[in-house]
Write a protein that binds this ligand. Structure first.
Ligand SMILES: [Zn+2]
Length: 422
């Protein structure tokens, strides 16, 4: 089934295993760095982390790396078995026999079936992560009931949103001929805008209970902050994140009229009001400094390039034969491209992460400039690493490649260096 005579196959194999080698090497460096530092708490955290908390953060980081290795081994095995034995092809053939008179249904069903198989195969990992690993370190607050209903809700939402989107995109290929990729890209962008707007009002409330932040000092201070920098929003909410996890977070959700601040109840419990205001000033900084807009522009351009490349791949038989599919087919091409394009784009990762870290520094500086309060931002960052048992000593290569945020030590050092004009 597998066709090894084309150069594209070998390019794929080379990049696939290069990516694996890069990831594993970085993990090994990180483990070495953990060991090197295991008996000395970094100066910034001394006195804030107890010995047990520090040891826990090391064990938690180690466990997560080992877990990711088991999962990666499984993924490598499944993917290569599927490629070697024509798994992607036979699922398509089977669906074609099942729905011979409904070509569009066949096309739409294919990504859903592949997604369903992947979901089933990964379910044991999800269960172990939540009820084994997270449980062991005191992060899991989820009952089995919540876990199962979350899975079911996710599947139902994926079907409700995914079926019309896939049907539209596959129809556009029929209607627009050679230019379908432009139409499909447009449809995808509209879809993403729609889900971003609906997320806080329709989707997230299916999982979390949204409660408007009660009137009081904290609410007044957040509104004052928003007014000071002319930040428009439609409310501040807390959600019951503690029903599922002890990790804490704060974010903005929605666009335009649905844009709101969302605070995890765990965050409100663990940070002082000064610290929460500092964190939210940082979040607003991402808006004021146009990071969100820039990110949107980058992802829009990348996805246009992606759809164009996909349109080329669909007409190029070696793209299919590399993955054990003897004859090109639209839906199989979509799935292979979605699953495997990251093998070709992974060298872009460090650059994207670097850009993201640059934005984080800018937002920290914005927060300090607005609140004139370095101490609260620094304390908030230290507290968040403590509550999340973050790795305090990642290897510099590891954080360079993987981290979307600078390490807490880097951020605190940068905050200390900000000149404050009073
Ligand atoms: Zn940020």
């Amino acid at each position: 089934m597998i066709h090894t005579e084309h150069w594209f196959f070998w390019l794929f194999v080379a990049l696939y295993f290069l990516h694996l080698v890069v990831e594993i090497s970085l993990d090994l460096l990180n483990l070495k760095e953990l060991k090197r530092n295991q008996n000395r708490i970094p100066p910034l955290f001394a006195g804030r982390f107890s010995k047990t908390e520090y040891e826990n953060s090391i064990r938690y980081t180690r466990s997560k790396i080992h877990f990711s290795w088991v999962k990666a081994t499984f993924d490598v095995a499944v993917l290569w078995l599927a490629i070697m034995f024509g798994g992607f092809y036979y699922v398509d053939v089977w669906l074609g026999n099942l729905l011979p008179t409904y070509p569009l249904a066949h096309q739409v069903a294919y990504p859903l079936v592949i997604g369903g198989i992947s979901l089933l195969l990964h379910l044991p990992f999800g269960i172990y992560f939540q009820f084994g690993l997270e449980e062991k370190f005191g992060f899991n607050r989820m009952s089995w009931g919540i876990f199962l209903t979350d899975q079911i809700k996710t599947i139902v939402i994926a079907l409700i949103l995914g079926i019309p989107l896939l049907a539209l995109i596959f129809s556009l290929v029929q209607w627009l001929g050679a230019w379908w990729w432009l139409g499909a890209w447009g449809a995808m962008m509209l879809f993403q805008l729609m889900t971003a707007a609906l997320f806080p009002v329709v989707l997230a409330p299916l999982f979390y209970k949204f409660t408007p932040l009660e009137p009081g000092e904290l609410k007044d201070r957040i509104y004052q902050l928003a007014q000071k920098i002319r930040f428009k929003m439609a409310g501040i909410y807390t959600i019951d994140g503690s029903k599922r996890s002890a990790h804490s977070n704060a974010f903005f959700a929605g666009i335009g009229k649905t844009r709101r601040i969302v605070l995890f109840d765990t965050l409100v419990e663990n940070l002082t009001h000064d610290q929460i205001v500092a964190v939210l000033a940082h979040e607003m900084g991402h808006n004021v400094k146009k990071h969100i807009l820039k990110g949107l522009v980058i992802s829009t351009v990348l996805s246009l390039a992606g759809f164009y490349l996909l349109s080329l791949c669909l007409n190029w038989p070696p793209f299919f034969s590399t993955f054990g599919v003897p004859t090109p087919s639209l839906q199989v091409g979509f799935v292979l491209f979605g699953l495997l394009s990251s093998v070709f784009t992974f060298p872009l990762n460090p650059f994207m992460k670097w850009l993201s870290r640059k934005n984080e520094y800018e937002s920290d500086a914005f927060s300090v400039a607005v609140t004139k309060d370095k101490a609260s931002m620094k304390e908030a960052l230290v507290n968040l690493s403590k509550d999340n048992l973050s790795n305090l000593t990642p290897h510099p290569f590891y954080s360079f490649y993987h981290y979307s945020h600078p390490t807490t030590t880097e951020r605190v050092t940068a905050i200390e260096a900000i000149p404050l004009a009073n």
